[in-house]
Write a protein of this length. Structure first.
Lengths: 372, 115
């Protein structure tokens, strides 16, 4: 006979899948062990998007791999290609011309704005605010139209190659980029009212999933997740690459480390990226945009490592070459690997079950660059 | 912001990487496009006494390396993006089909939207 005294009743738990068939989860599976509404533990099961990219890269030459590298995480289309192309040029000892470096940085910052606007839509959908999704993904179309005009592809740009970029940036493209930047600045006021300073959004995100400074460094956080906990680190300032030595990059940090601080960090990064693109467009030099790089160019034997600042964190490539025209081994470090597998289970223990989607999407994971 | 597709569509952008178009006069059958393709989607077949490329659009990633490296400027990318097939065998575009020009626009102005 069961007693009604709470202390004498034994604690039982149930295991709920936060699975791929869930309106707020994405390509990811996790088993949540909870006692009523309180989460006791979480086990993550990655691997839904494993395509074997690291092995596929061993059978293609470097120019062909540049067409494959952007498929690591397509929500942030230019960073993956930028890291691969830079590591190849470092290994060969060849530098891209200055105009190509400026064009690469301009398109990479546009890709960062695109990724953050996509994130606004996705977190609104996860919390149930569908209007945020529809409006922000309609604005995302304007940036994708610029990508279509400049590179020829809407989602898969195939634009960077070792040695430069494939097509030039004309004055017509630059005028369109200025128009889109003005549009995004006006649209940010709407997102403020609808999403960022919405009382329900703030109530669901404040004091939820607080990551302290020591934990963030110990568990491997990078990108906006680390900067929202008070650590001012950015690869664009610590080890600048491409055209970043010529501009002033503003680093946005917050002190509290909860989900709302991470959301405000991303909002600040959109504003900082708009200012970086305007500075780059004023200073862009004339000249050639591509250096000759033969199709089967052999790289000297050795190891090279390069790190870039993607929209989600640090994306790094470690390439081992054995002297032939194909890489011997490529290791890709995606930023979402440590966010989803170490930080997410740590933050969720002790939270309520309804906070799980809010914490998951405030870390902005991309299962594609976790699984590769 | 909303368009009623297929009755209206976005204007196409010059330089978009849609499916390929082949100029049968200029092509000499050198295998550069086949060697450059990252997914091995191009095969050289015999047609009208010469060798021409045959492209499997299911394997193609539309990166346009073949059009860029063609030494005779015989292969270009059009703006046709809507390709529907019912069987995987229809995805293999023979040289004859590759040389046909695509339709002018993606929208179908002959149909009327339902009232």
């Amino acid at each position: 006979m069961t007693t009604s005294n709470l202390e004498e009743r034994e604690i039982s738990f149930m295991v709920i899948p936060f699975g791929p068939q869930h309106p707020a989860s994405g390509h990811f599976h996790a088993k949540v062990k909870c006692n009523g509404e309180e989460v006791l533990d979480l086990v993550a099961y990655p691997g839904y998007l494993h395509r074997g990219l690291e092995k596929l890269m061993e059978y293609r030459t470097h120019v062909q791999n540049a067409m494959l590298a952007e498929r690591i995480c397509i929500l942030d289309p230019f960073s993956n290609d930028l890291a691969y192309v830079n590591v190849t040029e470092m290994a060969a000892g060849i530098e891209a011309p200055p105009r190509a470096k400026f064009i690469r940085s301009i398109m990479a910052e546009l890709g960062r704005i695109l990724s953050h606007v996509t994130w606004i839509g996705v977190i609104s959908s996860a919390l149930g605010l569908e209007s945020g999704t529809r409006i922000s993904w309609g604005d995302r179309e304007k940036i994708i139209r610029i990508q279509e005009m400049v590179t020829g592809g809407r989602i898969y740009p195939c634009y960077y190659v070792p040695g430069g970029v494939r097509r030039d940036l004309s004055q017509e493209h630059i005028d369109e980029i200025y128009k889109v930047l003005d549009y995004i600045e006006k649209a940010l006021k709407l997102y403020d009212d609808l999403v960022f300073y919405n009382t329900t959004f703030m109530a669901r995100m404040e004091n939820v999933g607080t990551l302290s400074k020591e934990d963030a460094i110990a568990l491997g956080a990078t990108g906006p997740n680390l900067r929202a906990s008070g650590v001012a680190t950015d690869v664009r300032i610590d080890e600048p690459y491409d055209a970043y030595p010529y501009v002033n990059v503003e680093v946005v940090t917050k002190e509290k480390g909860d989900s709302y601080a991470r959301a405000l960090c991303r909002r600040g990064e959109i504003i900082a990226s708009i200012s970086i693109i305007r500075q780059l467009l004023e200073k862009i030099p004339a000249g050639e945009f591509r250096v000759k790089w033969p199709m089967t160019k052999k790289l000297p034997a050795g190891e090279t490592y390069f790190c870039c600042e993607a929209a989600r964190g640090e994306l790094c490539f470690h390439m081992v070459s054995d002297g032939s025209d194909k890489p011997y081994r490529v290791k890709i470090r995606g930023p979402s690997f440590s966010h989803t597998l170490s930080i997410f289970p740590h933050l969720v223990r002790g939270a309520q079950l309804a906070d799980v989607p809010a914490i998951y999407w405030s870390l902005d994971p991309c299962p594609a660059d976790m699984d590769r | 912001m909303t368009l009623r597709f297929p009755y209206e569509s976005l204007p196409a952008v010059k330089g978009y990487r849609g499916r390929h178009i082949l100029d049968l006069e200029k092509c000499t059958g050198c295998p550069v496009c086949s060697m450059v393709c990252p997914n091995q989607a191009i095969e050289l077949v015999e047609y009208n006494g010469k060798k021409y490329p045959q492209i499997h659009l299911g394997k193609c990633c539309f990166c346009a390396l073949c059009a860029e490296y063609c030494p005779r400027d015989a292969l270009h990318m059009t703006q046709e993006a809507i390709i529907t097939i019912m069987d995987t065998k229809e995805a293999v575009y023979t040289p004859e089909r590759l040389s046909q020009a695509p339709p002018d626009s993606m929208a179908d102005e002959t149909r009327q939207p339902p009232r």
